[in-house]
Write a protein of this length. Structure first.
Length: 84
């Protein structure tokens, strides 16, 4: 199901970005553009992300980037796919 009609972003894509480390709607927007046009999908994105379910929360708490590819190495490049 589409979450963002403006950019054609699906629930699956949002979940993939979240699994890759995107913990907030802003990080989802950076990875996919979802939520950056009309904004009507932001609440749906928030609900998909849940509360405190960030797999990389410990990185954020340490002040490190959360969107890294590996097991916490801030030197690795993000694995997020950009929106088409």
């Amino acid at each position: 199901m589409y979450v963002c009609s403006c950019f054609g972003i699906t629930e699956k894509q949002v979940k993939e970005h979240a699994d890759a480390g995107a913990c907030t709607p802003r990080q989802i927007a950076s990875a996919s553009k979802a939520g950056t046009d009309c904004g009507s999908c932001v609440r749906k994105i928030q609900s998909l992300l849940g509360r405190g379910g960030c797999p990389r929360r410990e990185l954020l708490d340490q002040g490190l980037p959360a969107l890294t590819a590996g097991a916490g190495s801030p030197d690795e490049a993000p694995l997020l796919k950009e929106a088409a």
